[in-house]
Design a protein around this ligand. Structure first.
Ligand code: PGA
Length: 249
């Protein structure tokens, strides 16, 4: 069985370096006794160095990475992240796709660059709206395009996070997905991955759920939804609840 992975996506939070360090310290202390699974915290770029110093049990994640290095004002390269001790990079988050115009092609270039530097990728996909039970074909297309030309040897470094946009806590009228739906999404994604890489390679890729995860629903996405990890946004800013999520999983 693959190790479960719980990732905290702090987004553009908190405001001050002091708050970031305090939050990281509380989580690190809280998860120290956890024996199985992996906990990752992805703070904003400018907190990576200070927060990274605190972690022993927790792994450091980043919320994005650029494919190139050198003359790219405002960007941060995969190699720079690696030099800071980053282990995982979240790519293609729906907020970047929606508010910053990130396309599948851009996400694909980033995925390749991050993998080429030996870091793990958490590739986010998920539909904006859902009518009915079926996962819309757009979600599958997003997955296939984002992985275009990514060789199968990287499978063990790759995780796909299914994050339906309508379930993300900050979206107006959002609601968490059900474990049952998440299970169907997991099967749908696994089938596409099997088509791309063959079954045994596809099995190495972890599939995670994200969207309004909290301490009440976290374990059900793992047990009933058969997800192999969680991507947690809003709740990851409440350290005690986040620690309870980790323990429940
Ligand atoms: P949420 O965010 O847990 O606040 O819904 C998840 C995400 O956007 O990654």
């Amino acid at each position: 069985m693959k190790k479960k992975i719980i990732i905290a996506n702090w987004k553009a939070n908190p405001i001050t370096p002091k708050e970031a360090v305090l939050l990281a310290q509380r989580v690190e202390r809280g998860v120290r006794s956890v024996r199985s699974g992996e906990v990752v915290i992805a703070p904003p770029f400018h907190f990576l160095a200070s927060v990274g110093k605190i972690f022993k049990k927790t792994a450091l994640g980043a919320q994005d990475a650029f494919w190139g290095e050198g003359p790219y004002t405002g960007e941060v390269s995969a190699r720079q992240l690696k030099a800071l001790g980053v282990k995982y990079v979240i790519l293609g988050h729906s907020e970047r796709r929606m508010y910053l115009g990130e396309t599948d092609e851009m996400v694909n270039r980033k995925v390749k660059a991050v993998l080429a530097h030996g870091l793990g990728v958490i590739l986010c996909i998920g539909e904006r709206e859902r009518a009915g039970n079926d996962i819309p074909a757009d979600t599958g297309r997003e997955l296939v395009s984002s992985l275009h030309g990514v060789p199968k040897r990287f499978a063990a470094k790759l995780a796909v996070a299914y994050e339906p946009v309508w379930a993300i806590s900050t979206q107006p009228g959002s609601r968490p997905d059900t474990p049952d739906n998440a299970f169907r999404a997991m099967i749908y994604i696994r089938k596409i991955l099997s088509g791309l890489y063959g079954r045994s390679t596809a099995e190495k890729i972890r599939i995670l759920y994200g969207g309004s995860v909290n301490e009440r629903n976290a374990a059900s996405f793992i047990c009933e939804g058969k997800m192999e990890g969680l991507l947690v946004g809003g709740t990851s800013l409440r350290p005690d609840e986040f620690i309870r999520i980790v323990k429940s999983v």
